[in-house]
Write a protein that binds this ligand. Structure first.
Ligand SMILES: *Cc1c(COP(=O)(O)O)cnc(C)c1O
Length: 458
């Protein structure tokens, strides 16, 4: 059982233990929660390279969580028993790179890796406290189904997921609305994704409502999500070094909210053999620009083939930024103040661990086509962005591992555009066509959503 505490990036709240940090999500001063220190390798570390995925997950969580050995072991096993691959993830050599397939979970998205674990963790904490929780989420398509799959059927939890009515793909909609568990509520809002997000913000800002219904969130700033994503960086880096004899590896990471690559950054700082992190964005390139110029400045969101990376403000970036200013919370507050005022902040110097690049729509399509024609491997459009950027940073001493964040069948239209063929299928998705669905349509109005939650909350 770990005694590590979690502090706010903004430094203006008292430290919290792991269980409280996970239930809080965000710190009360508006900052993000980070461990007060990262743990250096210890005497068991030499055994990590040969451990299974689940063993590694156990070793990491037990070091950062105020939970018993029995609790952590059960959480890890329950989370990953739902995966179709025995080792949870799988790394396959394809042409010049290795593809780390993170999509073998129930909804074929890498977010399952974190959300299957988070769902179990919420259940455990609520069981221990005798409490309950009503999760409210807004989705443009992909995250909603992974969040629903993480908590469906769990006691003490209801989940309300808003999506813009008629504006998510048919497959994505069915992945959500075909889940008929009584604690799952799909809300089709007559508006855009931005409207859904606005409603979400409004309800979370209504503190009496939030407290009365123990409103919770599952978004990627939750520390438990970052922690559990470190596992595949350790696992894949160790395995690849053992297989190839290389001293270290580099990871290419298709990036949106900076959650995934932040886990890689922390893994590297904890001693995983990672030489470099290759950050890849689509046209929404605020992070690529930052790592190349030191300037983090707001642009406009443009829709692309990789919608889960169509963001401008990266919600996890603040954790990394705290390290870049030497852990100085006052300095960080200054930078975040600059950004809020002017839409821009600047940091001097470079971090040698990172390189960054952009995969635009044409390059994404060309990469999907090339990997299919030359290697017979289908990349989903998010993964293709990462592979395209990775190709610009070959390293003879460090094999490149590209994270594959979604199964291509989730993005069949993009695959058709790129290859001219209808190649991307998966039996799980094909089977959805015949399933019954349940969904409630609500007007584009926070009051309507508030009433719905009040009626159906646990
Ligand atoms: C969420 C997501 C990403 C981006 O991950 P971040 O942690 O937000 O950087 C990339 N690809 C897919 C398919 C995703 O769903």
């Amino acid at each position: 059982m770990s005694t590590i505490n979690y502090i706010s990036t903004r430094g203006q709240t008292p430290p919290l233990g792991f269980s409280d940090a996970v239930q809080a999500g965000l710190a009360r001063d508006g900052g993000l929660l980070v461990p007060e220190r990262l743990l250096p390798p210890d005497d068991r570390f030499h055994q990590w390279p040969t451990m299974s995925y689940r063993e590694l997950a156990y070793e990491l969580v037990i070091r950062y969580a105020d939970l018993s050995q029995v609790e952590v072991a059960k959480l890890v096993h329950d989370a990953y028993d739902t995966f179709r691959h025995p080792e949870v993830v799988c790394c396959v050599p394809v042409g010049p790179v290795r593809i780390l397939e993170l999509f073998h979970g129930p909804t074929l998205a890498f977010k399952d890796i974190a959300l299957q674990f988070l769902g179990g963790l919420f259940s455990l904490l609520l069981e221990k406290s005798g409490g309950h929780m009503n999760i409210l989420a807004a989705t443009s398509g992909d995250t909603g189904s992974a969040a629903i799959a993480g908590v469906r059927g769990r006691a003490h939890i209801q989940i309300f997921v808003m999506h813009p009515r008629g504006r998510v793909s048919e497959v994505q909609e069915r992945q959500m609305t075909s889940v008929l568990d009584a604690n799952v509520h799909n809300l089709a809002i007559e508006g855009s994704f931005d409207d859904c997000q606005r409603i979400m913000k409004e309800l979370f800002a209504d503190l009496p409502f939030k407290d009365r219904h123990a409103l919770g969130a599952v978004n990627s700033v939750n520390w438990a999500r970052v922690l559990i994503q470190m596992v595949y960086y350790f696992h894949a880096a160790f395995r690849c070094c053992l297989e190839t004899g290389a001293p270290s590896v580099q990871f290419a990471v298709p990036t949106g909210n900076f959650g995934d690559i932040l886990a890689g950054y922390y893994a590297a700082k904890m001693g995983a053999p990672i030489k470099r992190l290759i950050l890849a964005t689509n046209e929404n390139d605020i992070l690529a620009r930052f790592f190349n110029s030191g300037e983090y400045s707001l642009g406009h969101v443009v829709p692309t083939l990789s919608p889960s990376m169509d963001i401008q403000v990266a919600s996890n970036f603040e954790r990394y930024l705290l390290d870049r200013v030497g852990g100085d919370a006052a300095k960080l507050r200054g930078l975040m103040g600059d950004f809020a005022r002017t839409g821009k902040l600047c940091v001097a110097g470079r971090d040698p661990l990172f390189v960054a690049g952009v995969g635009e729509t044409a390059a994404t399509r060309a990469t999907i086509r090339k990997y299919y024609e030359q290697h017979g491997y289908l990349l989903d459009p998010h993964t293709a962005v990462g592979v395209h950027v990775a190709e610009q940073f070959p390293d003879p001493e460090a094999p490149t591992i590209c994270l594959a964040t979604a199964h291509p069948a989730k993005f069949g239209a993009a695959i058709r555009e790129a290859t001219g063929q209808d190649l991307a299928h998966h039996p799980i998705l094909d089977a959805l066509a015949d399933l019954p669905t349940r969904c409630t349509t609500l007007p584009n109005d926070a009051a309507a959503v508030r009433d719905f939650i009040a009626t159906h909350a646990t």
